[in-house]
Design a protein around this ligand. Structure first.
Ligand code: GDP
Length: 440
């Protein structure tokens, strides 16, 4: 059975760990949207030595020998960032070659001028800045939709690449200077382009054919979502969102596979909430409790190092993510971060302009005015780090989990109690009910 792993909040839920845990059960791991603004952290212990991998663009499956990783057409690819990531992996002993890393020829390129445009556009937004990672993701998607982008496939034809880069480079320079920025260095862009072409061309493939043919041959696919449901361009807290469909629909358009090939959909959700960048966050804790969660959870961006905003678990969002993605199950992460708390709050609804609702409002302004309606639960005040059986969790932790599960509307198939693979409770009964026999 194929599987899609989707962020159920505002990202950084620990998708990297869950994908890494499940990757051994699949033949192919595919990314389908976003760019190197994602930052999945995977911690692996090999021969007793802990190794940390932060993956931005390459699917987290790459650390598993024998798996094929695919960067789908819906991803925007910075050739420079990709080459750096490939080199870093190789330096840590991970094999990266043209057999285990395929890049869609239809994926759009992020070029250096996209990052320069990102900075200029954010500066012009002033107080309304979206809080982008400034890596050019948004401007690259803008060029894609405006039908003037360059694609990965263009790297396979050096004869026309220079001309295409010269044309788009001139357009970008005009736009940059009109925004008060510097024009780009066209000669350098072309030199860089030819270097990228040389190094990346062997990885470029017809990935939609590859994935569909593989599925027909009985190979199994794992779709790795980046960002999350509340950052989806259509379903998130617009305009404080990413520039792609990070909910499950993106897996079809961004990998070139039909809906029936998605199979199971699992949402990853933290036992509390975090968000990076601007935008509404009803359960945000702007106090010592928020700081405690940030410190215990290490809530600093894997890509940017930015401190993440922290808050209580929001069941309104959880239910919405279950609905938008049709989540079969949830993977609850970072339960251990809450171990020291005296009591915990769970947001069960919003009060907006005096009215109660259990739905996510469409408008960021309305969401910013949402006051959370809370339930309070006692903390367990015991260490849960590394616990791998549900019955070994303190009774109050079990109570908290049951309540989150009830409010979210999807069963918890996994409960993560630490960053490492084995620090996970696997609810085999839940997965079996979803039709999936898993023995980890
Ligand atoms: P992603 O973008 O959704 O993959 O999330 P990140 O990798 O940015 O953030 C998750 C962070 O939490 C990483 O540093 C993980 O190693 C860590 N992590 C994942 N699951 C757990 C957990 O259950 N407990 C703790 N303490 N850390 C976890």
């Amino acid at each position: 059975m194929n599987l899609a792993i989707i962020g159920a909040q505002w990202g950084d839920e620990g998708k990297g760990k869950i994908v890494d845990l499940l990757a051994p059960h699949f033949d192919i791991v595919a990314r389908y949207q976003g760019g190197h603004n994602a930052g999945h952290t995977v911690i692996i212990r090999r021969d007793g030595v802990e190794q940390k991998f932060v993956l931005h663009l390459i699917p987290s499956g790459i650390t598993h020998p024998g798996k094929v990783c695919v960067i789908g057409n819906g991803v925007v690819v910075s050739p420079e960032a990709l080459l750096v990531e490939m080199d870093e992996l190789r330096a840590k002993g991970v094999e990266v070659n043209e057999r285990n890393l395929l890049i869609s020829n239809r994926a759009h390129l992020i070029l250096p001028y996209h990052a320069a445009l990102d900075r200029q556009i954010e500066a012009h937004r002033g107080g309304n800045a979206v809080g982008t990672t400034m890596r050019g993701i948004g401007p690259a998607y803008e060029d894609k939709m405006a039908r003037r982008g360059l694609r990965v496939g263009d790297l396979t034809d050096p004869a026309t690449l220079a001309e295409k880069l010269s044309t788009t480079g001139k357009q970008a320079s005009r736009l940059l200077t009109s925004l008060g920025g510097e024009p780009i260095d066209e000669a350098k862009l072309i030199d860089d382009g030819l270097r990228w072409a040389d190094k990346l061309a062997p990885h470029v493939a017809e990935t939609a054919y590859f994935l569909n043919n593989a599925a027909r041959e009985g190979k199994t696919l794992l779709f790795e979502g980046a960002q999350a449901t509340m950052l989806d361009i259509d379903h998130g807290t617009y305009p404080f969102v990413t520039s792609s469909n990070s909910s499950v629909g993106g897996a079809c358009t961004g990998a070139g596979i039909p809906p029936r090939l998605v199979g199971l959909t699992i949402g990853v959700i933290k036992a509390y909430t975090t968000r990076v960048g601007g935008g509404p966050f009803p359960t945000e804790l702007d106090d010592d409790m928020g700081e405690l969660i940030r410190a215990r959870g290490g809530e600093y961006g894997a890509s940017t190092g930015r401190p993440r905003r922290t808050g209580w678990f929001d069941a309104v969002i959880a239910r919405y993510a279950v609905m938008i993605n049709g989540l079969d199950a949830l993977a609850l992460t970072k339960l251990d971060v809450l171990d020291e708390l005296d009591e915990l709050k769970i947001c069960v609804g919003y009060r907006i302009d005096g009215r109660e609702t259990g739905e996510v409002p469409y408008d960021a302004g309305l969401m910013a005015r949402a006051e959370p309606v809370y339930e309070t639960w006692p903390g367990w005040k015991e260490r849960t780090v590394g616990i791998s059986r549900l019955e070994d969790l303190p009774a109050r932790a079990q109570q908290y989990i049951r309540r989150l599960e009830e409010l979210s509307g999807a069963p918890f198939g996994f409960i993560s109690t630490g960053a490492e693979r084995n620090e996970t409770i696997i609810a085999a009964d839940v997965l079996n009910r979803c039709g999936w026999e898993l023995s980890v």
